[in-house]
Design a protein around this ligand. Structure first.
Ligand code: UD1
Ligand code: UDP
Length: 372
């Protein structure tokens, strides 16, 4: 038996903080001994520190401070640093979430140490290997011992790749737990509508940060043009909280942001949730935002050529438009009047408990003291 904590949670980016916060809280509620390892992939306060505040996440036990770099530099440094911590802590289970380089690093390390590797949000597939995230999620799924799939469709994707049924448990997506826990607080406390000068139901929300969109100035320009064209047509402003990767590309490549689009700094979770809830329509290339819009009943247009969240399209919450301006406008026109009463395909908000049920059953810190 391992000498360390039961669970070691490795994370490093904004979406991992959002989606692992419910798992961290469930560990605390159930008295499961855990440690938190932050790779430092995200480090700007707007992508990192504010999420600790809004989601009540405790300070990490280990902060590795890796920061930015090429994929190989960043992932390589994280692998080395995570290995040192995990080898020393000797946890029973290492938990990673999603598809970032931090997840990959945690996955590679745990798969070669005598610990169980659990992948939360396993089985998503865009079937586009040009996306670094697709490579990461496939690799982590194939080395994980425990695959926590958010939906039946994700389970089927894993089965189709030959991964054995005994490793897979369908838990729902922890994004629902986070939305359920915070949407009311966001509605009560956030002043973001006044802060950015928009009225509920009378604005459009945009996020665009994905490498394949913003690192190609021509593609990024067309994406912005399509959103602005629709905004001009319906006479609504667009609020665009700009991720640092996109901000750098706007700065360095001179991509023109049309007047209809109001750029703001990345928003804290509660403010962003409020905007997602109150927007007439969301345009996004984010994975988490496609899910949250679906859960909140806000129609979504995805500015990508594919999605690993096809459940959102099937229930009628989302349309995949690419970035061609005419397709973006056509998709927005098709989505804008949807009533938002579609079925939520991501579960009932108890995913974090199901993750812990699958990993540790009813064991708690006090049980452990008896057994070790
Ligand atoms: C990463 C994930 C992506 C996820 C996104 C969430 C990978 C391969 N990509 O992309 O799947 O959707 O996080 O937001 O893991 N930067 C800052 N401050 C920060 C972090 C980054 O200014 O705190 C800037 C740096 O210039 C950096 C660039 O953003 O080079 C990209 O950061 P990086 O972590 O490499 O990838 P993301 O685009 O954030
Ligand atoms: N988000 C936020 N503020 C913003 C933009 C996004 O709090 O300005 C949150 C959003 O609610 C979601 C998460 O960030 O929970 C999604 O992260 P991101 O789009 O960076 O990554 P992805 O989900 O695409 O991997």
């Amino acid at each position: 038996m391992s000498a360390g904590p039961v669970v070691c949670i490795v994370l490093g980016t904004r979406p991992e903080l959002v989606k692992l916060a419910p798992v961290i809280r469930a560990c605390e509620r159930r008295g499961v001994d855990y440690s938190l390892v932050h790779t430092g992939q995200h480090y700007s306060r707007a992508l990192d520190g504010v999420f600790f505040d809004d989601l009540s996440i405790p300070e990490p036990d280990h902060h590795l401070g890796v920061g930015s770099g090429s994929h190989a530099e960043q992932t390589g440094e994280m692998i080395e640093a995570v290995e040192a911590v995990v080898a020393d802590e000797d946890p029973e289970i290492v938990v990673v979430q999603g598809d970032t380089n931090s997840s990959l690093a945690g996955g590679v390390v745990a798969s070669k140490l005598p610990t169980t590797l659990a992948h939360v949000e396993a089985g998503l597939r865009s079937y586009d290997r040009e996306m670094p995230e697709e490579v990461n999620r496939v690799l982590v799924d194939h080395v994980a011992d425990s695959l926590l799939a958010p939906t039946e469709r994700a389970r089927e994707n894993l089965r189709a790749e030959g991964l054995p049924d005994e490793r897979i448990v369908v838990t729902g997506n922890t994004v629902v737990d986070a939305v359920r826990e915070h949407a009311r607080v966001a509605a009560d406390r956030s002043t973001v509508l006044d802060d950015v000068g928009v009225e509920a139901g009378e604005f459009l929300l945009l996020t665009a940060h994905r490498q394949e969109n913003v690192d190609d100035p021509d593609r990024f320009g067309r994406l912005l043009e399509g959103v602005a064209r629709y905004a001009d047509r319906v006479g609504l402003p667009v609020v665009y909280p700009v991720h640092p990767r996109a901000a750098e590309r706007i700065e360095s490549s001179g991509v023109d942001v049309p007047d209809a689009i109001r750029t703001v700094e990345p928003l804290r979770y509660l403010d962003f949730l409020r905007l997602e809830d109150d927007a007439a329509l969301v345009f996004t290339d984010s994975g988490g935002v496609q899910e949250e819009a679906c859960v909140l009943g806000t129609p979504c247009v995805t500015l990508r050529d594919s999605t690993e969240r096809p459940e959102t399209v099937t229930v009628g919450a989302n349309r995949v438009a690419g970035v061609d301006p005419e397709s973006v406008v056509a998709a927005a026109e098709a989505m804008c009047d949807r009533p938002g009463d579609w079925e939520n395909p991501f579960g009932d908000g108890d995913a974090a408990d199901r993750v812990l049920d699958a990993l540790v059953g009813s064991r708690s810190e006090s049980d452990r003291e008896v057994t070790t």
